[in-house]
Design a protein. Structure first.
Length: 135
């Protein structure tokens, strides 16, 4: 390759690097955030088949469900801290949603007084789930 060709390639790469560095378009927020919900340590909740505010019951048997109050608090925190959503109002997540890998459901959120939907995707049988961006 001639010196002129090498210089042209280097110049083009430098111009591209300058254009990328000067872009004022912010990087998009991630589509999801993984949240780990710890198992409950309450033996009375596990024995009765219910849940406590610590997350899914720790009974280890099928049929565990998420505690909606804990999930609502987690969703609010993810929206405000990770997605940087301001004016997050009421968050409502459905009760009796199973801790089952791959299942999905929605929570409703008031953002600036407007109803939005947040998708929850369960990512394991141990209580982990992803919180999607409000849509």
């Amino acid at each position: 390759m001639s010196r002129r060709a090498v210089a042209t390639v280097v110049l083009c790469c430098a111009a591209f690097a300058v254009l990328v560095a000067c872009s004022d378009t912010p990087a998009p927020a991630p589509a999801t955030k993984t949240v780990t919900v710890p198992p409950s340590t309450s033996s009375s909740a596990a024995a009765s088949g219910g849940t406590s505010s610590g997350g899914p019951s720790s009974s280890g048997t099928p049929g565990r469900v998420f505690d909606p109050r804990t999930m609502q608090a987690d969703v609010r925190k993810i929206l405000t801290e990770t997605y940087q959503v301001s004016d997050v109002g009421e968050v409502l997540c459905p009760a009796n949603r199973p801790v089952q890998d791959g299942s999905t459901f929605s929570c409703t959120v008031k953002v600036g007084g407007v109803g939005k939907t947040v998708t929850i995707t369960v990512t394991g049988n141990d209580g982990r789930y992803e919180v999607g961006a409000p849509g």
